[in-house]
Design a protein. Structure first.
Length: 232
């Protein structure tokens, strides 16, 4: 009953963003261009923005010509500079944290998170969660397992003091939804603070098997779940 009530409250808080998303589906091109130009204007005085003349870009095709496709290695030096304390490199906004990728296929990558980027993810999550709950109401009748950042043996911080990874997985949701998500988590946030990696895996599995009513799993990489199940 507690999970149902908390998830129902979470759904209610997500409905406005869900409605905005549904409305945007009728004007996808306009919405995408608005998002693009907002990002360009917000970052035109960053080093990256100046190098690519963000202030002069007026169309999506101009952006495509000025900013060619790249992979992570093309940004690695800039990310390292941000980690070392430099500001206004890729964005004008300060970097709040780096979210690491799993590193399963290659070396782990650090994705810089700003306030704006986190807000965009949170808006997307609200629309997604509302869609899930509305189309599959049974998901609201039990707890969920969220794992956003890869598990680490030690807490990481860059030389300039920028955190690496979210301190708690519920931070990814943000706002008032964060407290609602915490109340329906099958694995409590405190488990992330276990630094012995074997104890972390064991405790995570222990919490999961204690919840036969588990309804929902959201993890940062599908291979993480396979690794977790084969750990013991």
């Amino acid at each position: 009953m507690t999970a149902t009530l908390a998830n129902s409250a979470w759904l209610a808080s997500c409905l406005p963003e869900y409605a905005r998303f549904r409305h945007a589906l009728a004007r996808v091109r306009d919405e995408q261009e608005n998002v693009l130009f907002a990002i360009l204007r917000r970052n035109e005085n960053s080093e990256f923005g100046r190098n690519h003349n963000f202030s002069q870009i007026r169309t999506a095709s101009e952006y495509q010509k000025r900013v060619p496709l790249r992979d992570y290695d093309d940004y690695r030096d800039q990310v390292n500079r941000i980690a070392g304390g430099e500001s206004r490199v890729l964005t004008e906004e300060p970097v709040q944290l780096f979210e690491p990728t799993s590193g399963s296929a290659s070396a782990a990558k650090w994705i810089p998170y700003t306030t704006s980027l986190r807000g965009e993810f949170q808006r997307a999550i609200r629309a997604w969660v509302a869609d899930l709950f509305l189309h599959t109401p049974d998901l609201m009748r039990g707890p969920a397992y969220w794992s956003v950042s890869p598990a680490e043996n030690t807490a990481q911080v860059t030389p300039s003091g920028i955190p690496v990874g979210f301190a708690e997985d519920s931070e990814y949701v943000g706002g008032m939804q964060q407290r609602l998500v915490q109340s329906v988590m099958a694995v409590p946030s405190s488990v992330r603070r276990i630094r012995d990696i074997d104890s972390f895996w064991y405790t995570t599995l222990l919490h999961l098997v204690r919840h036969p009513d588990l309804r929902f799993i959201s993890i940062w990489n599908p291979s993480f779940l396979t690794f977790l199940m084969n750990r013991f």
